[in-house]
Design a protein around this ligand. Sequence first.
Ligand code: PDD
Length: 287
Amino acid sequence: MSRIAYVNGQYVRHAEAAVHIEDRGYQFADGVYEVCEVWQNKIVDMPRHLDRLDRSLNELRIDWPMTRSAVEFVLREVIRRNRVRDGLVYVQVTRGVSRRDHFFPPEDVAPSIVVTARSTSPKAAEAQAGKGIAVVSYPENRWPRVDIKTIALLPNVLAKQNAKEQGGKEAWYLDGDGNVTEGGSTNAWIVTKDGVLVTRPAESGILRGITRAAVLDLVQKEGLTFEERPFSLEEAFDAKEAFVTAASTLVMPVTRVDGKTIGNGHPGSVATRLRELFHTATDLRAV
Ligand code: PDD
């Protein structure tokens, strides 16, 4: 079966899917995106993801390429056409195709939309979660508007590649005060020795993760103690547990930070439980 992508109104073979060379996403990274998890034939937290897409579009003054319900339809259709039961669906909207010029294009230029979906292996993800991952810190070098989910991810690419070259799976950005902001494509959490969950407030310095929001709901439901405040790398070294969250990783235990063992070096019980319960705290829409 060949993979199918949606590009500006058409379902096309993935291998041949293309946008114009003067798409502003290609030339200026002038666009935004969302990634939703597909779990057991259901789209996880689609309303929250589309709310955030709406916010990102508004912040950059890009119009919706079609109605929100049409986008929902296309997400479902691309998932169906690719027979994804468990995986990820990706939607990207850019300011459209226009002669290269930094100023916004003329009003009649329509935004571009691309939707792709791919299967992932739940078994491989569980195996990874059973081992945990290593993270490697990296100086924060992104623009201050990381609250907008833009496709301009070059700093993230470099930070994550640096982590990979040092045996890690994720980077943790460190701000000027030595506090962890977030991961290259995840939000960052620790569990202190006293059992308090700590994650940075989403008011500035991080993307307000949808998985983070669902985990916060779960934490409250479970009656766990949590604090939204910055934490330093030293505090992470000293923590009982650490983990990251994203639609692509769900709750993923962190067992090493900059080569130092966290807790007993194995995935922590809090992170493991939150991972198990995760989907009970999410909105699930049938594909
Ligand atoms: N990344 N922080 C950053 C910088 C991210 O790129 C992401 C998501 C998150 C977590 O957000 P959410 O829980 O809504 O997925 C935090 C996606 C998955 C990606 O770029 O592939």
